[in-house]
Design a protein around this ligand. Sequence first.
Ligand SMILES: [Zn+2]
Length: 193
Amino acid sequence: MLFECPYCKAKCQFSKLVNQCYCQSDNSYQQAWVCSNCNGVIVSRFTREQDIRDAQIFPLVKIKPKIKTDKLPDNIRNDYLESLENYSNGCYTSSVIMSRRVIQQSCIEKGAKKENLFGQIEELKIDDNLKKLAHKLRYWGNKGAHPDILLGEKIEEKDAKVAIDFTEKFLQYVYVIPKEIEEIEGEVEEKIE
Ligand SMILES: [Zn+2]
């Protein structure tokens, strides 16, 4: 049986470990499998009506941070990591809300004063291309038409992924690169002195 392996991150052949178990809590079946490539163990969970290929796989495939999180302020790092965790757990609405919170906290931390996120991004001294991109994304470019909690929006996996991709670009530009430049400057000065 082929599954996406959460450990070695490839589509791998898995062999059954033991007989499947029936779980009475939700009438599901659980089956343990071992990856032929890395020996990692996963569990698939499915109901009688479900095709085994549509089974939920645990551990859920996590997405890892694409930026250096040690360069972020604590509160922003925590919210960013929470958005990734929500995404991995299939909680896409929560993930987008956390991504928005990351952007908004960053704007406030950088001195934005406007009421809504659209205005705050506009106020920020950031790259024009990044601003343009922010306003194109419906979750940030809504001119405050929607309340911050995204009522009335149906959020799917791809929406949450787009939100995370943008958030990473934003954080990279606003925090990571300036921090790295600061560190390089520090090293250069040390050598000169
Ligand atoms: Zn594997």
